[in-house]
Write a protein of this length. Structure first.
Lengths: 229, 337
């Protein structure tokens, strides 16, 4: 169906570049997601607790400003955001190309998304349980650490899976501007050349990767949730 | 123990207008008593109990716990004070991701209560023992029945050695048998630990069974309060009568001219008063409603009679009834609504 040369190229890539590429893809998936949670988790919790009906209302102009910033960042298409943030990458990791350079823009793109996911997870925690904790004399910080986050844990883990998959997709897109990983191989060899076997092979690997992340995520969520037994 | 002075609570509605949920509420709940607050839904009961530990901040008025004004406290002092006043809820409000034992440890982890993890665990186990669930330490709330969940919630409430236990419709989600066992447990805790219990409910039976004193709340106002036996045998207000005889509405269509309400105290509840009236005086009366309840160890009877149309007979019946010892007679006109 495809030419002998196409298969030959795919074989070469699988032998020489594939392992590095999949390592880069995993790096570009997990590290930015982790960074995004480091920023997005407190931010998402703040969006709930700082609400005017929340357990620790904050000045409402501040809350509105946070909301606007999150919405702004979320409405910029990822590739555009990526290009806009690359100068920051140069500053932080010292380069604009390659897998490492992508970590910063990926985290910047993912944290507003993660903040919203955390917000919805935390809002689902039963208000009665929070009220019980308040009645027992728990402080705001204690409620956050001992009630909101532990009670929202299954939802948070489920959303962590969603975030990982989204970031994995973003990472593949970054191949278009000299990122790294499987996306770069798919675009450089599969699309620009063009070489369909390489393109399809990379897509299949990405699909498998997403499936694996999702099913591991589902298992962990199921095991961690004590509500259904 | 708890003193409530001129407490008012306004809520601002969506259209900006104010709604007064509680209006000049005054209560004095004594040390070691079981105090009931009864009212129909919307009467302001839950708002009142939430004002007691300041989950709702009163618009005006004071809440004194052991003479200390909660409304004047800083947040930190208030959190400390709340540890002396636990609360249980209709919906149990247990942490779903924690086991029964871990739920009971929760208040012990909040600081101000010293102790290592091992100590907390030991204390939690003792509490599980007290509430009768020693074998459920490692069960998650989703594996427990409603009654068991409420027992865990009670154990959790007791963990901080509170002086007061606020019960907000604590048995309303439970079936009658389970309700009985939870009420018995509350009574036992009151007796054994000396904890003051405040019971918020819409169920008369709950109050009858465990409360010494009761306040009737209607429209955000305390209509009357006093000993349960007094209030239930002789409610003075419309709201009181509606709660004590919830079937009052049905009486409306009955064709009696004048109606009297008889209350039999413990001594007279066994007397055949109506038969005697009919046989000896030859006066026939309509029995409109009749009921007996037990308050503490005594039995109280209550009856609404329709008097004969004939004025003379009606007057004779009244004279006779007023003479029977242990019976309170009262003409009722206003409660038929």
């Amino acid at each position: 169906m495809f030419s002998e040369a196409s298969w030959e190229l795919l074989r070469n890539i699988m032998e020489e570049e594939f392992l590095t590429a999949i390592g880069e893809t995993l790096l570009m998936t997990f590290v930015p997601t982790l960074l995004a949670f480091v920023i997005g988790l407190p931010l998402g919790v703040l969006l709930v607790t700082g609400d005017k009906d929340g357990i620790h209302p904050m000045p409402q102009p501040l809350m509105q400003a946070i909301n606007v910033i999150i919405n702004l960042l979320r409405s910029v298409p990822f590739l555009i955001l990526l290009i806009m943030v690359l100068p920051l990458s140069k500053l932080v990791v010292g380069t604009r190309v390659g897998c490492k350079a992508m970590l910063v823009p990926l985290a910047v793109a993912a944290f507003p998304f993660v903040a919203r996911l955390v917000e919805t997870s935390v809002r689902e925690v039963d208000a009665g349980v929070v009220e019980a904790a308040q009645a027992m004399g728990a402080s705001t910080l204690q409620i956050v650490c001992k009630v909101l986050i532990p009670e929202a844990k299954p939802a948070l883990l489920s959303n962590l899976t969603v975030a990982l998959i989204t970031v994995c997709g973003y990472g593949a897109m970054s191949g278009a501007v000299g990122g790294g990983g499987l996306g770069t191989i798919a675009i450089n060899y599969g699309y620009y050349r063009p070489n369909p076997p390489v393109l399809y092979a990379m897509v299949i690997v990405l699909i498998l990767l997403v499936q694996i992340i999702q099913s591991i995520g589902n298992q962990i969520v199921k095991r961690s949730d004590k509500r259904s037994r | 123990m708890i003193e409530i002075k001129h407490l008012c609570k306004d809520f601002t509605l969506a259209d900006g207008s104010k709604f007064r949920a509680l209006d000049d509420v005054n209560l004095d709940i004594g040390d070691g008593e079981i105090f009931g607050i009864i009212g129909l839904s919307g009467a302001g009961k839950s708002t009142l109990v939430r004002c007691m530990n300041l989950l709702e901040r009163p618009t005006s008025g004071q809440v004194l716990l052991d003479g200390k004004d909660l409304t004047a406290m800083r947040p930190k002092e208030l959190r400390q004070a709340r540890k002396g006043m636990s609360m249980i809820f209709q919906g149990f409000n247990l942490l779903m991701q924690r086991t029964a034992l871990e739920n009971i440890c929760f208040p012990l982890e909040l600081g101000g209560l010293r102790g290592e993890a091992a100590w907390r665990k030991k204390r939690a186990k003792e509490l599980l023992e007290i509430v009768g669930l020693p074998d459920k330490a490692d069960a998650y709330p989703s594996q427990l029945s409603g009654g068991q969940k409420q027992r865990v919630a009670i154990a959790r409430a007791l963990a901080s050695d509170p002086k007061v236990l606020l019960c907000d419709e604590a048995t309303s989600a439970l079936d009658p048998t389970t309700t009985q066992s939870i009420l018995a447990l509350l009574k036992q805790l009151n007796r054994d630990l000396g904890v003051t219990v405040v019971v918020i409910t819409h169920e008369m039976r709950v109050v009858q069974q465990i409360c010494g004193r009761v306040a009737i709340l209607d429209g955000g106002v305390i209509q009357e309060s006093g000993d349960v036996a007094d209030i239930f045998s002789n409610p003075r207000t419309e709201a009181g009568r509606r709660l004590v005889m919830p079937e009052g509405k049905k009486i409306h269509s009955l064709p009696a001219n004048r109606q009297v309400r008889l209350t039999f105290n413990g001594l007279s509840a066994g007397e055949p008063v109506i038969s005697t009236l009919a046989v000896e005086q030859g006066i026939k009366v309509n029995i409109i409603t009749a009921d007996t309840h037990s308050i503490g160890d005594e039995t109280f009877g209550e009856m609404v009679l329709g008097l004969p149309e004939d004025e003379t007979d009606a007057a004779r019946a009244l004279i006779y009834l007023r003479d029977v010892p242990g019976v309170t007679v009262e003409e009722v006109t206003d409660y038929v609504q």
